[in-house]
Design a protein around this ligand. Structure first.
Ligand code: NAP
Length: 296
């Protein structure tokens, strides 16, 4: 009988990650705040839980993938919260992207109950979660990371232990700075290509495999040309990560002007009701400034 593994948060990312755990032969217990989101996982073979505490009582390793710092807080606390079910030897693996400082506090609470915590935010988008090809940046004790590794291998291909608890979240901020400044470059480049009268598909074919290529260009470039704004990652969630980046950079005394610019551009799009669009809709801010529209 394989050990039971718990998974809390079956959103765009969590659903794909949990499905990969099930398909890899694990005995998976799931919980999601909106219960209907558990149905397809249960059909795939997972077992539903009644609360985060129920998950923790049934599983010694519990993964979380929810939206933001207050949401992890909500999952952990209260009568039916995860910490109510934590006991000696419990391991919590947090795949959410949240505050590095709050992460250290949550890890301290788990430790006081005899449990341990690793922060393991992911990168690779909804595609990576579904295909099981995520990059995972992990902070925590070596032994805890190795204990969780076989489970993380169900949905991650690059799993890097980057330091003590909280380090995974800091590296995720590095990742997000790279993502958004790259997204700005893709947006500017496609806007210019449009204005210059170029064939956009041929332009992408020409540059994607060269030194200017990137995940963002290869995956979101074609979507931008099609004007398909369905989210792999929403502007609202991206903005949450940029807030974490600006706070952490401020604390470290680091200027991050490109990231700050993108934060303001996304804020303008949120004010226009576009927070639910994918983060590649950044180009819409430039379109409104310039009167030029990409693709279509
Ligand atoms: P999502 O589709 O919006 O799903 C959010 C999940 O969190 C849902 O299961 C939601 O439950 C749950 N949740 C939110 N607030 C909660 C609360 N207060 N209590 C309990 N559950 C709560 O988001 P996602 O795209 O999967 O992102 C999840 C995490 O992964 C975020 O930290 C995000 O930054 C990170 N991430 C996302 C991507 C991406 O491309 N999407 C890539 C890398 C990392 P309900 O169903 O009840 O709303």
């Amino acid at each position: 009988m394989p050990a039971q593994i718990g998974f809390i948060g079956l959103g765009i990312m969590g659903a794909g990650m949990a499905r990969n755990l099930v398909e890899n032969g694990n005995d998976v217990v799931v919980w999601n705040r909106t219960a209907s989101r558990m149905e397809s996982l249960v059909e795939a073979g997972a077992s539903p839980a009644t609360s985060p505490a129920d998950v923790a009582r049934r599983c010694s390793v519990v993964m979380i993938c929810v939206s933001d710092t207050p949401d992890v807080d909500a999952v952990l606390h209260g009568e039916s919260g995860l910490l109510a079910g934590v006991s000696n030897g419990s391991l919590i693996v947090d795949h959410s992207t949240i505050s590095p400082g709050a992460t250290v506090d949550f890890a301290g609470e788990a430790a006081a109950l005899g449990g341990s915590w690793i922060d393991a935010p992911v990168s690779g988008g909804s595609e990576g979660a579904a295909r099981g090809t995520l990059s995972i940046m992990v902070g925590g004790d070596e032994s805890d990371v190795e204990r969780a590794r076989p489970y993380m291998e169900a949905f991650g291909t690059t799993i890097t232990h980057v330091g003590p608890v909280g380090s995974g979240q800091k590296v995720k901020i590095v990742n997000q700075i790279l993502v958004v400044v790259n997204q700005l470059a893709v947006s500017e480049a496609l806007l210019f290509a449009q204005a210059a009268g170029l064939d956009l598909d041929a332009t992408l074919d020409a540059v994607t495999g060269g030194a200017a290529g990137s995940w963002m260009l290869a995956n979101r470039g074609p979507q931008m040309i099609e004007r398909d704004w369905r989210p792999g990652f929403t502007i609202d969630l991206q903005q949450k990560d940029l807030r974490l980046a600006l706070e952490a950079a401020d604390a470290a005394g680091t200027p991050i002007p490109g990231t700050a610019l993108v934060f303001q551009m996304y804020r303008a799009l949120q004010n226009q009701g576009l927070g639910g669009d994918g983060n590649h809709a950044l180009v819409k801010a430039l379109e409104k400034m310039s009167g030029i529209e990409v693709g279509g």
